[in-house]
Design a protein around this ligand. Structure first.
Ligand SMILES: Cc1cc2nc3c(=O)[nH]c(=O)nc-3n(C[C@H](O)[C@H](O)[C@H](O)COP(=O)(O)OP(=O)(O)OC[C@H]3O[C@@H](n4cnc5c(N)ncnc54)[C@H](O)[C@@H]3O)c2cc1C
Length: 399
């Protein structure tokens, strides 16, 4: 049975998130974008309002909500401010490896505190020399007695300077690529661990992006997630559970871009008409609306697959690839409808344009999603037809 409606609870959640975005995010989005300050007051408010850390199981003090619910919130938040949303939802990405592979003790020690105070977590996979090629991780780990020793650098890590702990991916032997990867929980105050200064970015300026450097950082053996060699599997599973949320981010941004363009087209006049009266403008709005609606359907399907099936990789990649391209296109068309005013900071669309670009890059680029999907079509997909039809030399039916 297919049902496209939200439950009463989900409608309430959406209302709450929309109200939060309008009251606490939108009015401050320009300030944080201009200054690049970290929006800790907004993050704390989101935590107090119960709109953060949704997926932590009830057993560990959380709300135990599924990804569909988290994505409904994400769309509303991202429609308010993409950068703040990236910082808030890094707390979905960071602890995901623990939810996937953590022991009861690890979950008790690292998930419960997130429900008791507004702590932050970072997911540390990418490095200065690699992002897409996860199996090419160069940060090393070696086992010495009761400890693992980490050496190397992570780069692009969201919230790193403010996080209490990180989930970190490192290699026992980089020549063995994915087979040698391990995942760990690393406390930020571990001796030998330090973070760099946040980098200046074109968009998502309300989220802090920084390096983490490990110099003989000693991690207790009990902080490994899963077994040695399972790091790659854990990272890929994490992405399949978080990419639907990136598609929801993109949907929220695309929706805002469309709404700003709609409002502007009703006010702005050219050639003695409102912009809204030109068919070309109506077609642009129609295209944007189709993209927003399609993106939402795709992220909901992917999130539903993540909540209810063993492997959401394919719907997650479809949703991420489609919705992030759609967001970029909607931001670009919205800016175009604003004309010269779209290009300056008097209207929010120039920020949306800068923010939209990141969605095509992080958590697997648009190209990486297409690699996953291309390989699936060739090697995983089951054709509807059992064998190639007889085509050349067909005869008239004799029935
Ligand atoms: C603001 C920001 C926040 C981030 N936050 C985090 C975080 O919290 N944690 C984290 O671990 N990482 C994070 N990242 C890193 C992000 O995930 C990587 O930047 C991304 O995966 C791309 O990696 P790369 O930058 O090394 O590009 P590369 O992998 O060097 O790719 C460069 C280009 O080549 C293309 N390409 C690469 N391989 C192929 C291929 N086989 N076929 C076709 N094209 C290919 C890519 O699609 C891309 O267009 C963040 C990045 C940014 C910018």
């Amino acid at each position: 049975m297919i049902d496209f409606s939200y439950t009463k609870e989900q409608v309430e959640l959406q209302k709450k998130a929309r109200a939060f975005a309008q009251e606490y995010m939108l009015p401050y989005a320009s300030y944080y974008d201009k200054t690049g300050e970290f929006p800790m007051p907004i993050i704390k408010k989101a935590w107090e309002t119960g709109l953060m850390n949704l997926s932590i199981p009830k057993e560990y003090g959380g709300l135990g909500r599924g990804l569909v619910d988290a994505c409904i919130i994400v769309e509303e938040f991202a429609a308010g401010c993409a950068g703040m949303t990236t910082s808030i939802f890094a707390n979905q990405l960071g602890p995901e490896p623990i939810m996937i592979a953590g022991t009861h003790e690890q979950k008790e020690k690292y998930l419960r505190p997130l429900t008791e105070s507004p702590k932050l977590v970072s997911f540390a996979c990418s490095e200065p020399g690699m992002g897409s090629d996860v199996a090419g991780i160069k940060t090393t780990v070696s086992k010495e007695g009761d400890e693992y020793v980490l050496n190397g650098s992570k780069f692009w890590i969201t919230n790193a300077p403010y996080a209490d702990y990180y989930t970190v991916f490192a290699s026992l032997d980089s020549s063995k690529r994915h087979k040698a990867l391990c995942a760990f929980i690393v406390d930020a105050d571990t001796p030998g661990v330090r973070t760099g200064r946040p980098v200046e970015k074109m968009g998502h300026r309300a989220s802090a992006t920084a390096s983490i450097i490990f110099r003989d950082a000693k991690i207790p053996v009990e902080n490994i997630l899963g077994k040695e060699g399972e790091g790659f599997k854990i990272a890929m599973k994490t992405f399949s559970l978080t990419r639907p949320a990136i598609a929801a981010f993109a949907t929220g941004l695309a929706r805002s871009a469309m709404e700003y363009a709609r409002e502007y087209s009703m006010k702005r006049e050219a050639f003695d008409s409102k912009l809204r009266d030109f068919e070309v403008i109506q077609f642009k709005l129609a295209e944007m609306y189709m993209k927003v609606e399609t993106s939402r359907l795709l992220y909901l399907k992917a999130a539903w697959a993540a909540d209810t099936t063993p492997d959401a990789t394919i719907p997650a990649s479809i949703a991420k690839a489609f919705a992030t391209d759609a967001a970029m296109e909607c931001a670009s068309e919205s800016l175009q409808i604003h004309g010269g005013y779209g290009y300056i900071d008097q209207y929010p669309v120039e920020k949306l344009f800068r923010d939209a670009k990141l969605y095509q890059i992080y958590e697997g680029t648009s190209e990486v999603q297409r690699l996953i999907l291309g390989r699936y079509v060739l090697d995983g997909y089951k054709p509807a037809r059992e064998s190639p039809p007889r085509w050349v030399g067909q005869k008239a039916p004799d029935f």
